[in-house]
Ligand binder design. Structure first.
Ligand code: H2B
Length: 96
């Protein structure tokens, strides 16, 4: 199903339902901190499998036990779509 750019109001509603996410440079952004490097990598692997299954992938940077995430829909010229909100929700679920 073709996705569409979410409205500002839809994004604000999504942010209220998510934990510690914000819009930074037009993308959904969150900074995660895990107990160890191994926990950070384990989480990234679990997210990667979900991302591949749903064909929607994060932009992220890992330094030791921290992972910075930016989510946007490249097919919509990096607008935020429901796919990004869904991935953010799954990332929080997998982070425990
Ligand atoms: C052909 C296209 O690249 C694929 O459908 C997927 C791959 N993963 C993707 N990930 C993200 N974040 N945005 C996309 O538009 C996207 N497209």
């Amino acid at each position: 199903m073709a996705r569409r750019k979410l409205t500002e109001k839809e994004i604000q509603t999504a942010l209220e339902e998510l934990t510690d996410w914000a819009v930074v440079d037009g993308k959904l952004h969150k900074a995660y901190k895990f107990g160890s490097f191994a926990q950070a990598i384990g989480w990234m692997v679990s997210v990667a499998l979900f991302a591949d299954k749903t064909d929607h992938h994060p932009e992220w940077r890992n330094v030791y036990n921290r992972v910075w995430v930016d989510l946007a829909t490249h097919d919509l010229d990096d607008a935020i779509s429901e796919l990004d909100v869904k991935l953010a929700r799954q990332m929080d679920k997998l982070a425990g």
